[in-house]
Design a protein around this ligand. Sequence first.
Ligand code: NDP
Ligand code: MG
Length: 386
Amino acid sequence: MASVISVLGSTGSIGTQTLDVARMHGLRVSALTANSNIRLLEQQAREFHPKMVAVMDMGAAAQLKIALSDTDIEVFCGEAGMISAAAEESCDTVVNAVVGVAGLVPTLTAIQAGKHLALANKETLVAGGQLVMRAVKEKGISLYPVDSEHSAIFQCLQGCPKDALQKIILTASGGTFYGKTKDELENVNVRQALQHPNWEMGAKITIDSATMMNKGLEVIEASWLFGCSDREIEVLVHRESIIHSMIQLKDHAVIAQLGVPDMRIPIQYALTYPERLPSPAKALDLSALGSLTFDKPDNDTFVCLPLCREALRKGGLYPTVANAANEAAVAMFLREQIRFLDIGEIVGEAIGSFGDNQTDFTLEDILAADQITRKKVEQKYGHSSF
Ligand code: NDP
Ligand code: MG
């Protein structure tokens, strides 16, 4: 069980819920970080008294330094600040709740510093799974999944013999546009895409849920965490988000983990493993729900899921490229520069035009492939507007 945590991305949806769990169980906090939301970061710093805080944005960091000058909390900025927070001496567990591939270097830093990891930042594993899993093994640290599906699988696997797993069944809510046709999606807007049926999350992952890219990223994330191939990971649409995922074992027993859709359950398990402590989340009332439904994903309309599977099968830097194209496309969609369906097109184009694959690569290769892909997408689509 964690006792002193650093929370990277503490001002976001996962970050704030992590601090709810920390507050409830009296975990100490040694570092907090944000991109630019210094108002909330200051409040958090005053409540949790970390040794340090870090802000990516230089100007915001300078303002926060002044705001916190009556305290002994150190204020750092930029990537160096994120790295200091990830390696902060007194913490034993780093919660990575940063959004996007920006979380990769802090993840690797935390592992190198010998910290255990509670990982929400799935882009870390999508882009850098090979390096991350190698480093985890070398340093002998524990990596606890925070993503609800992966936490569910991790929970289902407790007590199972290592070679008993036959397949993973990842559940998907289907996002806000489940059941819609391509024609119906032609003109959907940002406001509509940001309405998730079950979860309150950051903007990027909410759009990823609407395109089903989120499930594609999660297939890749699961492949690294649990050593499964694309064929061993099934995706099942389950609108209610009550079954968070399942495993099928060799004897065809299926084990599922259920609960209300509240991220504080998986966050807490990642921080208190193997203990089970009281949770601020509500208890599940199945009789009130009455029934649970299941469906196959529509891979013709929501192309991001099969595209991520293709990237996973191709391996090497393909998942990095798919992720980078998606990050750039989602940012442009949120700025209303492209249409909703363009996101899938852009991810498909990036995978289709990437020819420089490598099976053995370094962090620098990953960061370069990420940057080149983003630039290409931005050059082609960054000037359009709707
Ligand atoms: P949010 O957008 O709500 O929060 C992101 C956090 O990261 C904020 O603290 C933000 O700071 C900070 N941040 C943003 N950009 C950067 C950057 N370039 N460098 C450093 N810090 C940055 O995201 P979520 O909490 O929704 O998601 C975080 C991660 O967890 C994602 O990878 C997501 O896929 C994953 N996840 C989220 C779930 C959820 O329920 N939200 C569920 C499962 C997984 P600021 O506030 O200043 O912008
Ligand atoms: Mg998830």
